[in-house]
Design a binder for this molecule. Structure first.
Ligand SMILES: NC(=O)c1ccc[n+]([C@@H]2O[C@H](COP(=O)([O-])OP(=O)(O)OC[C@H]3O[C@@H](n4cnc5c(N)ncnc54)[C@H](OP(=O)(O)O)[C@@H]3O)[C@@H](O)[C@H]2O)c1
Length: 362
């Protein structure tokens, strides 16, 4: 099979298959189009969340498939193999949002030296953040040597950066400890890294995790305290706290609200790494959980600091975060449809060690 798609049933995300590429008859682009070959992408719980909440947040709409199947988006690199679009050359390397497929047909619009938007018709109504592609040759932070971490962590760390900023911007809503669920996840550990580095005078950072990941989380040195989910009922609840929820588990959220009650000053929903335990308890003490929407904070900071100012601050944080990464995460590379399918199923089942970073090639 030369060109293929990795497809997932939208109504049962545990059912998946490798199938011949539907979108691509040959490698001849229409006027205005380019065809890119997807080279490498990263896979984490974040991608499973795209599938788990795909209907609610339109994640299935970026790379459609027919008959109830969907293509899960991933962050990665691709090369332009054929171009019928002025301004984009064959051989260019791109970074952005791709399907787990061999190829993608795109229609670049709003082309600048640094990047473009995919203006393929079905994507025009979708979010610009996910429609944007950067042209590696003109990207000042791109380096071939850092491609693995770029794919694996940069989109997640941008969220970590915005969460750290949002909570500090709001004086931690009166809390003096910050509790993060799925503390072993890359997005949570990036957030804890920033909180520890930037806010250790203002807050204590507490990580919640499963027993099997406690050793990893403790070893990171970015959490002041690490608690396993079953011990939430014994946590110190004598001072005000805020909750940053990456797990999305109804049970864990309820346990935190029950334990902290009025001492819980803010409850924020970021992710659903425990995707099969999602839901909302009807009656829970404490504040109503609020969905954290990263684009709102970036919009605010673009206004306050200007886009350059945001990127400067982000760049400095990213550079600091890159330093300990080699000690925390080792990246594995695998290739082919079978490898993609088993990596997806392992990620879905929560079987990938937090110290592992998966990079895959179609
Ligand atoms: N809102 C946003 O803009 C945004 C942006 C980035 C990420 N996120 C969300 O943050 C969450 C973490 O993403 P990530 O990519 O950083 O994750 P990751 O590094 O792949 O996280 C792996 C960890 O998630 C937990 N986990 C994963 N699968 C599980 C399963 N099937 N059952 C139980 N636990 C499971 C485990 O942590 P524990 O044992 O510690 O629970 C595991 O160590 C995702 O839900 C993602 O969507 C949201």
């Amino acid at each position: 099979m030369t060109a293929y798609d990795f497809k997932v049933r939208k109504d049962n995300i545990g059912t998946c298959e490798i199938a011949p590429a539907t979108e691509l008859d040959d490698l001849t682009p229409q006027a205005g189009e380019i065809i890119v070959k997807i080279d490498r992408f990263a896979l984490t719980a974040n991608n499973v969340t795209y599938a788990a909440i795909g209907d609610m947040f339109s994640y299935w709409d970026y790379f459609p498939a027919a008959d109830g199947w969907g293509r899960v988006p991933v962050w990665g690199f691709a090369d332009v193999v054929t171009s019928n679009c002025d301004g984009i050359s064959e051989g260019e390397r791109l970074y952005g949002y791709f399907p787990m497929s061999s190829y993608l047909v795109m229609t670049p619009i709003k082309i600048t030296d640094h990047g473009f938007q995919d203006g393929t018709e079905h994507r025009l109504k979708l979010h610009a953040v996910y429609n944007g592609y950067s042209r590696c040759a003109a990207d000042p932070v791109y380096s071939k040597a850092n491609e693995d971490y770029e794919m694996l962590l940069r989109p997640l760390f941008m969220t970590s950066f915005l969460i750290d900023d949002y909570f500090a911007d709001n004086d931690f809503f009166g809390g003096n400890s910050v509790i993060l669920s799925s503390a072993s996840s890359k997005t949570a550990l990036g957030t804890a890294f920033l909180l520890k580095r930037n806010r250790s005078d203002s807050c204590k950072v507490i990580g919640l995790t499963s027993p099997g990941n406690k050793g990893f989380v403790t070893g990171l040195g970015v959490y002041d305290e690490v608690v396993v989910y079953d011990d939430i009922s014994e946590m110190d609840n004598t001072s005000p706290a805020v909750y940053i929820d990456f797990a999305g588990s109804k049970e864990v959220r309820s346990a935190i609200h029950e334990r902290f009650g009025d001492q819980l000053k803010f409850s924020s929903m970021i992710g659903a790494s425990h995707w099969d335990q999602q839901g909302m308890s009807k009656a829970m003490p404490g504040p109503k959980p609020i969905l954290f929407f990263a684009p709102d904070q970036i919009k605010k900071r673009n206004k306050d600091w200007g886009p350059q100012g945001v990127m400067q601050r982000f760049g400095a944080s990213w550079k600091a975060f890159l330093e300990p990464l080699n000690d925390w995460i080792s990246v594995s590379h695998t290739q082919g449809g079978d490898a993609i399918k088993s990596a997806y199923l392992e990620t879905l089942a929560g079987k990938v060690k937090p110290s592992q970073g998966l990079v895959l090639s179609p």
